[in-house]
Design a protein around this ligand. Structure first.
Ligand code: BGP
Length: 470
């Protein structure tokens, strides 16, 4: 028996989001969400109404097939399953007084199904799926009234599911609002027209709503654990030139303010300086300041890639990554979608978060989007030989192990897209992340049948051995 590194109760599992897998976009009283009018992901135009080319409307039909999918997760030995609640199933328009019972019942059944196999649900309250009405009638998080709508929503779900769901995340990749104000913050005003004061006001409303959710969760049940969810991406200086180092620090500050407020309960000095020097005036009430003191129980984050910063704008060759572009790192390779692969960066961010906050950490997204080919094994079973995915995940788990050896308190790991689903940034199906292949293609064809990939069997062993057999 090899020496154990991960704690015995380490939460291994996988992650999805409602809008990328459920489909059934109008079923059982669901209202429209902003995703229903974003057929081409963040990079594409939004439409006036849902259009047939929007793959998310049907997703992978998880809404009807979740029992089969959870059975497969259980076969891999999942201890935890991260999904989100589609806000517009519970409050179809977002500003109603009363929730939609049919929507609530769906998640009751889904969570029961997980618990049947001893799988803990880890639930994102808002994962890029704000009810469309809130975007159109209120301009999303720009409007302070959003805090009240969100409060009603979280009270409803915490009360309803308190016995079933222990772990909650308030906003998926909350810092992504800096780059994607509509998808992340339901803000209707076009990005180019949005002032920095407006953007930071919207961010402030979300931060208050998030802290309020933590307070409410603890009031309803002190056993509930609430975390923030940050898009993490370490920024390295492109060269040892101190100006590049400072540039990297400032780029990191743009993002670290989100975790700082969540973990420390107030805005850090560098943010106050930035607001002052950029003429940003945010309406922060005394009550807001009190609410922000309700800090999170743990910090969760996604990790896909790192970036470099250069003080010289000419040198800052723009690479691509999930939602955030930065200068490419000349020492790293990239995925087919140009996301640079940097497993050591994961050890680095884990240490950064731990050193800064001393709060438990949870890696709730990590993975490799790739084109897969469905083939047959020697006995004629359909399979995908996804050694590249195994390699990617193995390297990242090795670095997680290193971080735990460094003393980081890590609660768990949920790889992204444990079953193939529609991608967020480009809304494609051919960009696959799963251990389970779903027969559905970008032209909408396919049987929706599920097939185990080679990585399925690999991940099962990883979980069985608690991360020792990679
Ligand atoms: C994160 C999102 C996810 C997810 C993932 C992969 O930014 O939280 O929703 O999709 O990135 O990105 P993509 O789907 O664009 O490959």
């Amino acid at each position: 028996m090899k020496e154990q590194i991960f704690p015995e109760n380490f939460l291994w599992g996988g992650a999805v989001a409602a809008n990328q897998c459920e489909g059934a976009y109008l079923e059982d009283g669901k209202g429209l969400s902003i995703q229903d009018v974003l057929p081409h992901g963040i990079c594409g135009e939004r439409t006036k109404e849902p259009t047939a080319d929007n793959l998310k409307l049907e997703g992978i039909d998880f809404y009807h097939r979740y029992k089969e999918d959870i059975r497969l997760f259980a076969e891999m030995g999942f201890k935890v399953f991260r999904t989100s609640i589609a806000w517009s199933r519970i409050f179809p328009k977002g500003d109603e007084e009363m929730p939609n019972e049919a929507g609530l019942r769906f998640y009751d059944d889904l969570f029961d199904e997980c618990l049947k196999y001893g799988i803990q649900p880890l639930v994102t309250i808002s994962h890029y799926e704000t009810p469309l009405h809130l975007a159109e009638a209120y301009n999303g998080w720009l409007d302070r009234r959003m805090i009240g709508f969100y409060e009603r929503y979280v009270r409803t779900i915490f009360t309803r599911y308190r016995a079933k769901v222990r772990y909650w995340l308030t906003f998926n990749e909350i810092n992504s609002i800096l780059n994607s104000p509509f998808m992340s913050g339901g803000i209707n005003t076009p990005k180019e027209e949005l002032t920095e004061t407006q953007l930071y006001q919207a961010i402030h409303h979300e931060l208050v709503a998030s802290a309020l959710a933590t307070r409410i969760a603890h009031e309803i049940d002190p056993g509930l654990k609430v975390g923030c969810m940050i898009l993490s991406r370490p920024v390295y200086p492109l060269t040892p030139d101190p100006r590049d180092v400072i540039q990297a620090m400032e780029e990191e500050h743009r993002h670290s303010v989100f975790a700082d407020v969540h973990a420390r309960g107030e805005y850090p000095g560098y943010a106050k300086r930035y607001f002052k020097e950029h003429g940003i005036r945010i309406d922060i009430t005394d009550e807001d300041r009190e609410i922000l003191k309700n800090t999170v129980d743990f910090i969760s984050f996604s990790y896909y890639s790192s970036a470099c910063a250069s003080a010289d704008s000419e040198k800052g060759v723009k690479g691509t990554g999930n939602l955030l572009a930065g200068a490419s790192n000349p020492t790293l390779k990239a995925t087919q979608w140009g996301w640079q692969i940097d497993p050591m960066g994961l050890r680095y961010v884990l240490n950064q978060f731990w050193d800064r906050y001393q709060k438990p950490l949870f890696v709730v997204e990590n993975g490799m989007g790739a084109v897969d080919e469905l083939t047959e094994d020697e006995v004629g079973n359909k399979i995908v030989l996804d050694d590249y995915r195994i390699e990617y995940l193995r390297e990242h788990i090795i670095q997680m192990r290193e971080a735990v050896k460094d003393g980081v308190n890590l609660m768990g790991y949920t790889s992204w897209g444990c079953i193939d689903l529609v991608s967020a940034s480009t809304a494609e199906l051919r960009k696959r992340y799963g251990f389970i292949y779903v027969d559905r293609n970008d032209d909408g064809s396919g049987t929706l049948e599920r097939y185990r990939k080679k990585s399925f069997y690999w991940y099962k062993k990883v979980i069985e051995s608690n991360g020792m057999e990679l």
